[in-house]
Structures are given as structure tokens and as C-alpha cells.
Design a protein around this ligand. Structure first.
Ligand SMILES: Cc1cc2nc3c(=O)[nH]c(=O)nc-3n(C[C@H](O)[C@H](O)[C@H](O)COP(=O)(O)OP(=O)(O)OC[C@H]3O[C@@H](n4cnc5c(N)ncnc54)[C@H](O)[C@@H]3O)c2cc1C
Length: 290
């Protein structure tokens, strides 16, 4: 294999075998992150193994318990998928605001997660939906919670020779609402901060389940566990939402960079968290028997 090699395997096993034979080769899906990084010399030139011609890595399958999304499914195809729009609304919101139609046509879900940007927009909703990732290696397959897969800026738990094959999202129970909100500087810019909210109210007498996650305000997209904890066992009224939003702002660890100050990002988290909760609730206050 030379530096100019560009491989187009048509099976998962063939892709893994190519990677085993040439460990310095890189997988490429849509290339919307990788080609920019190669051009800017942030990534050294390497042989490329395209994942675009492998049918087993592509497409959405809806099962009784889970929605399985192949890693090379394009962001545009996901956005068009009826079940994703209906059941995973927060993910739909994130896809709708991600880049442009042109980028969504070629960019993939697996690429967004494996690129491991702290600002990856699909990550907060998937964290709020408690998604897992399936990884395929030359000898074995394994499943990890998405929260463990994301390891730092540009870092994942992919072992040498492994690729991300599928994202598995548990089907939300009836009574689930979700929302995703982001703030960027201008259109087509990465998020300065983003928040996803998941609220499941199966029965008015039962405590709602609330999960929250944020992006671009720490080394990895993160669950907002302290904010979630403030909502346990209390009515989801205006005071509760403000308390959760304040806890969210306190638990993130944003940085100062050329896009924004850390302080502004923290304030955005407070505002976006309260708004995402309100949006998911449809602006209703929810009371339940404690
Ligand atoms: C103009 C522009 C605007 C953008 N705006 C946004 C935005 O608003 N929000 C946002 O989140 N992103 C944005 N992006 C980033 C990008 O489009 C997304 O992250 C996209 O989902 C990446 O997918 P891809 O298939 O193109 O990845 P690629 O570029 O093909 O790959 C990205 C990385 O993941 C690895 N990889 C890909 N697939 C796999 C796999 N299955 N297993 C193992 N490793 C894999 C590659 O080796 C590479 O390191 C933008 C990009 C551009 C150019």
C-alpha cells in the first residue's frame, strides 16, 4: 500500500483486513472532517480506506427495543427518516441545524462521533437518549455506552484496527419528549454551546425521567448529571427548570477560544438548558405524586 492508496472495500471484513495489513491507513466515510484536516496538514497523509461501499454499515433499522443506525448512514438520510423525526426529535433538531444540506448529504453519523469534536452536534441528543456504539475489530465485536466511547478532543475508545459499525438508540417509551438547542456565531459555524433534553412522562402519577446533555462546553460532549439530579422527585415547574439550568451551568467546564469566552459559554448553557426543558415539556408544568 502506498501513501496515495485509496481503497474501496465492499465488506466489513475486507475493510478490517485492509486496516490490519496497513495500520497507518485511515478510515474515511464522508470526508467532511478528514479531508479538511488533511488539507490543513492537521493529519498526516495516509492511505485511506473508504467505508462508503459497505452495505452492512449503512442504513437505519427499527427494532422493537432499539433503533440501529449504521455508521455510514448520511446525516441527510437520518434527517429524512420518519421514525427518527418522530421518536428521536432532539436528534432531528440537531441534524437540521448541522452545517448545510451539502455537508449533510455526505457527512455520516459515524464520522461525526469518531471525529470526536467536543462540539459534535449529534452527540448531546444521543447521550440524552442513552445511545450505545458497536465497535468492530479484526477479532471481536463490542458495545460501549456512547458516554464512555468519547474520550477527549479528537479521541475515542476505538482500539487499533477497530471501526465504529453501528449506533444503537433504545426506543424511547411512550410519553417521551425531547429537544435540542444550539448557539453558533453564524450559520455553518460549530456550536458555541448546545443542550439536549429528554423527558419521559409515562404516567402522570410517576416521577418523570429527565436526561440532559451538553456539547462544546468541555473536553467531550457530556451528560449534565448534577442538573438531572436537581429534578429528581420534584414537579417540573418553572422554579425546578431554573434550578436545573443553574446546576447545568455550574457543572460544565468550557474553555476560552477564538469563538467565545468560557463565561459566555457557561451563560449559554444556562439559557439553552432551561429553554430545551421548556421546549420538551411543551411549556407545560408537570406535577406528579411524590
Ligand atoms: C463547512 C462545514 C460545516 C460543519 N458544520 C458542522 C456542525 O455544525 N456540527 C457538527 O457537528 N459538525 C460539523 N461539521 C463537521 C462534519 O461535517 C461532521 O462531523 C460529519 O458528520 C463528519 O462525518 P464524515 O463522514 O464526513 O467523517 P469523515 O471526515 O469521513 O471522518 C471523520 C473522522 O472519523 C473517522 N471515521 C469516520 N467514520 C468512521 C467509522 N465508522 N469508524 C471509525 N472511524 C471513522 C475518520 O477516520 C476521521 O478521523 C462541519 C464540516 C464542514 C466542512
Amino acid at each position: 500500500m502506498t501513501d496515495a492508496a485509496y481503497h474501496r472495500p465492499t465488506t466489513l471484513d475486507a475493510a478490517l483486513a485492509l486496516k490490519r495489513d496497513e495500520p497507518s491507513a485511515r478510515f474515511i466515510a464522508g470526508g467532511t472532517d478528514l479531508l479538511v484536516q488533511l488539507r490543513k496538514r492537521k493529519v498526516a497523509p495516509a492511505p485511506l480506506i473508504s467505508l462508503r461501499n459497505i452495505p452492512e454499515l449503512c442504513g437505519v433499522s427499527v427494532e422493537d427495543e432499539a433503533i440501529r443506525i449504521g455508521a455510514t448512514t448520511s446525516l441527510a438520510e437520518l434527517l429524512r427518516h420518519e421514525v427518527i423525526r418522530r421518536e428521536l426529535r432532539a436528534l432531528g433538531h440537531a441534524l437540521w441545524t448541522l452545517a448545510s444540506q451539502q455537508i449533510r448529504n455526505v457527512g455520516t453519523l459515524g464520522g461525526n462521533l469518531c471525529n470526536a469534536s467536543p462540539a459534535a452536534d449529534t452527540a448531546p441528543p444521543l447521550l440524552a437518549f442513552d445511545a450505545a456504539v458497536e465497535l468492530a475489530g479484526p477479532k471481536s465485536r463490542r458495545t460501549l455506552p456512547l458516554a464512555s466511547f468519547l474520550a477527549g478532543p479528537g479521541k475515542t475508545q476505538l482500539a487499533a484496527g477497530e471501526l465504529l459499525s453501528c449506533v444503537v438508540v433504545p426506543r424511547p417509551p411512550r410519553g417521551t419528549q425531547s429537544a435540542f438547542l444550539r448557539q453558533g456565531r453564524v450559520a455553518m459555524d460549530l456550536s458555541l454551546a448546545s443542550v439536549a433534553a429528554f423527558i419521559c412522562i409515562e404516567d402522570d402519577r410517576k416521577a418523570p425521567v429527565v436526561r440532559l446533555a451538553a456539547g462544546a462546553v468541555g473536553p467531550v460532549p457530556m451528560r449534565l448529571r448534577n442538573a438531572e439530579a436537581t429534578l429528581v422527585g420534584r414537579p417540573l415547574d418553572a422554579a425546578a427548570l431554573v434550578a436545573a439550568a443553574e446546576a447545568a451551568a455550574a457543572e460544565v467546564s468550557p474553555i476560552n477560544d477564538l469563538r467565545s469566552s468560557a463565561n459566555y459559554r457557561r451563560r449559554l448553557v444556562r439559557v439553552l438548558c432551561e429553554r430545551a426543558l421548556r421546549q420538551a415539556l411543551g411549556d407545560k408544568e408537570i406535577h406528579h405524586e411524590g
